[in-house]
Design a protein around this ligand. Sequence first.
Ligand SMILES: [Zn+2]
Length: 478
Amino acid sequence: MTCETRRLIKREAQITKDMVEKEGQRQLAVAKSLGKDIIPNNLRKIATLCDIDEDYNYDEDGEDTRRKNATRKRRKAIRPSSYGISERIENGRARRGKRGSVISESGEWWDPAKPIYYDFDDKIADGLTKHNQSFAKILQRALSTIEENTCFTFIRNKGPSAKILYVDDAKLGCFSPQGKSSKYNEGKYKISLSSAADCWTFSTAVHETFHVLGIAHEMARPDRHEYLLVDDASITNAGGNWAGEFEYYGMIPFKSPFDYGSVMFYSPYDYHKSGKSCEPVMFATDARYQFTMSGEEGPTFYDFKQLNDIYKCSASSLICENGGYTNPKNGQKCNCPSNYAGATCNQLAPSIGLSPNCGGKYSVSNSWTNITADIKGSYDNEHKCIWHFTSPANSRIQLKAKIINIENVTECNHDGYCRDGSLEIKAIKDLSQTGYRFCCDETLTKVGNTFESPSNYLPVILHARQHFKISLVFRAIN
Ligand SMILES: [Zn+2]
């Protein structure tokens, strides 16, 4: 089943824009009345990583940053290790005066009933990532993932009808205009995914495409103050008004809950004025979420749900379980939270990957039990191992997690991105949301290693793009 008719979508979109503006003004007034965020010391202690690994004091060339601090600051500002340095340059200009009004800058909306034609330049067509993968294929996988989960369709079309043009532009970095707007590039929406700026990843391709579809950053949500504190005073001003990027923005009347795993996050460790990637500018109010932010695992259940809600992408009839909803393109299946699967989300999601002990179902008793898993993931053979722990009714599950070893890993939390994978512990009430993610034992240790599920079911997911060895120790408690 496809989306609603074009006429209906246009009418709904108009209503949406009005709703967004009205609700946006209300949310913004509340947010502004709160003033600057104050960071409690306990959060700062957990989030700051400079004490746990001397590597954090070295930049990627292995040179001591203390010796070349001045140049590093400059590099930090011109090297967009996070999404879209230039997003802020261009969007900063476009946003002024309109901040807080609409998600789409121009108020124009894409028509999801029509295919979106796109093309990419030769550098992307021929380029290989650091891990020797074709970036054109990764980009196309990003677009098919959006297609599979929403009512949008993307078709490659070399020629004048291509509306979105993906380019590798080192000056632009990772950049996309926000929302549909005919003022950009004579009708073409240029999205820059620069290899030099480290934009050649699946998650960045999705992130920038979400921008052009009208989605703003998660950390700028007007309701973020309940979940996230921003230390304005620590944000660098070298090369631009970076603090402006963290101001409240992106009004959403369709309340998808705040999602620390959203693909629309920057890393908390970007843009610190010290130039050190061990110092955060953003602090999760639930410290266990501090290392989840960056969006590196790609779009989440709620990222897609929000996009579908905004564009009124829906298909009726099928009743989904466990928080799922009908897939907008296929009325015979549901979009499910990450730990569920099956046509109606009534099954536990299977693991992907052939390593022994990669996920499985476990009955949890009162005595401690230990699983060790040696997961030989790689960039060509990404593993997603899901352990489903269930304890007797009315009990809960206590879990101690350890990341024993990661092979071939060049960056753990060095810039806040878990590029090589992460261990996700869904010891949370709403299982549709992202759990607590960690990609090195030091950050797990920072929050105490031990988790307790709110119910008698606990899913744990390992996303492994390199070789991870982990141990999980668990028991039932009352
Ligand atoms: Zn962005």
